[in-house]
Write a protein of this length. Structure first.
Length: 210
């Protein structure tokens, strides 16, 4: 079924893995931090598993699984240094085309599990920081996605009801968060192969042509 984008008053976008190709940097940083602090090298499957979690939640899982003595806050600090030193903002193809097509026609907002300093830096590097009326980050909430808090906060700042807003996500936890907030949601196909049953999936090229 073709998505009718005209029926919404606003769009809310996830950032990492949805607008920018950043997950590889976070996974590299996490893997490097774990190896540097414990000597354990993540498997490819564990790197993919990390994409569905966050450092603070996956570090204890990994520690229990392999008998490691890892402090999540220490892993996070180490990871952030690695990401800061290596990260480059790469917009997915056709993202800018889509944003420019709808800017001024729809209210645009961002809801990201990443911290404010990272989000602000990435948006600025990509040259899209002025497109978003509202930007909510991990620093603005108590609970990250899949908790719906970030989306309920973004809706409150937009002063819009959930059904008036379409959410763009790339991961199951993000979809769960949007749905729990009452928002319609679609998934962006970024090549990672993640899907959620019953949720339509499009590439940015597909969306730009709608």
């Amino acid at each position: 079924m073709t998505q009718d984008l005209n029926s919404y008053k606003a769009f809310i976008f996830d950032m990492d893995g949805t607008l920018i190709d950043s997950e590889k940097y976070h996974a590299d940083g996490f893997a490097q931090a774990v190896e540097a602090l414990s000597g354990y090298r993540l498997t490819p499957a564990e790197r993919r598993e990390f994409f569905e979690a966050h450092t603070s939640t996956f570090t204890p899982v990994l520690s229990a699984r392999h008998g490691l003595n890892l402090d999540p806050s220490e892993v996070l600090a180490h990871k952030r240094v690695h990401v800061r030193d290596h990260f480059k903002t790469d917009l997915f193809p056709n993202v800018l085309d889509f944003i420019e097509k709808w800017h001024g026609k729809k209210r645009l907002a961002l809801a990201s599990n990443s911290p404010r300093h990272f989000v602000d830096s990435a948006l600025e590097e990509a040259g899209i920081e002025n497109y978003f009326e509202v930007v909510c980050t991990a620093d603005d909430v108590t609970h990250r996605k899949p908790d719906p808090e970030m989306y309920t906060l973004t809706l409150r700042r937009l002063n819009l009801s959930p059904e008036a807003v379409l959410v763009f996500e790339d991961s199951p936890p993000g979809v769960v968060a949007a749905q729990a907030a009452g928002c319609p949601v679609l998934m962006v196909d970024n090549g990672a192969g993640r899907t959620v049953e019953g949720v339509a999936q499009y590439t940015w090229k597909d969306l730009t042509e709608l």
